[in-house]
Ligand binder design. Structure first.
Ligand code: CA
Length: 219
């Protein structure tokens, strides 16, 4: 899940980036409205958190322009402004949710999970695929009821494949989902994670489509 974090407070942004990366989000942080719009255009995030008090643009204007670029992109407003007027205005402009600072990181994560679920079809935090169950709240994976110990990147990789079961994901698709923008990625990184996943979950689950990428069959 690619998350665009629009936040001009450096320490808050650093804290959120770390916490959300640990929860499996691939976080791209920008601190200005113009950069945010560029990132929406070019990097195509899956979800956005937007601070309303930005140095170069009104946050609500950023939201208005995001909506012009992508009417479906989930946007969660994070702001110190907590007047009813601002909330209503943000929601009227098409924000999906609203959280006032200060907030607990757990609450932010819970709300992002709700938005994430809206992107998919599942109505619970569990995603099932054959005998595999992923819990997007606890990040636990079970196979036939048995807990399987996965690294964060293995989990994110498996989740991407499961959410797109029946489709082939290329190595580039998967790198985008696993790594943040500008992060150094070893050329065989995806192959290594796939190898580990096969060792832990059995060799037959993830299929290699030679020269294209990887897939999990729709079950
Ligand atoms: Ca701010």
């Amino acid at each position: 899940m690619r998350l665009l974090l629009i936040e001009d407070n450096p320490s808050l942004a650093a804290g959120l980036s770390l916490a959300l990366s640990n929860k499996g989000f691939s976080v791209n942080h920008v601190d200005k409205g113009q950069q945010a719009l560029q990132a929406v255009k070019i990097d195509k995030p899956d979800i956005v958190t937007l601070d309303l008090g930005l140095p170069d643009m009104e946050g609500l204007e950023v939201l208005r322009q995001i909506r012009k670029l992508d009417s479906q992109l989930p946007v969660l407003i994070l702001t110190a402004r907590d007047t009813t007027e601002d909330k209503v205005c943000g929601l009227d402009l098409g924000a999906d949710d609203y959280l006032c600072k200060p907030f607990e990181i757990e609450e932010l994560e819970a709300r992002l999970r709700v938005l994430e679920r809206r992107l998919g079809t599942s109505s619970t935090s569990e995603i099932e695929c054959g005998d595999i169950t992923l819990d997007t709240a606890s990040l636990e994976v079970r196979q036939a009821g048995q807990l399987v110990d996965l690294s964060r990147r293995e989990y994110t990789l498996l989740k991407s494949l499961v959410l797109n079961s029946g489709k082939v994901l290329t190595r580039d698709n998967l790198e985008d989902k696993l790594y943040s923008w500008g992060e150094e990625v070893a050329s065989n990184a995806i192959e290594v994670h796939i190898h580990h996943l096969r060792k832990k979950l059995g060799a037959r689950l993830i299929k290699t489509i030679r020269g294209v990428g990887y897939t999990i069959e729709k079950l």
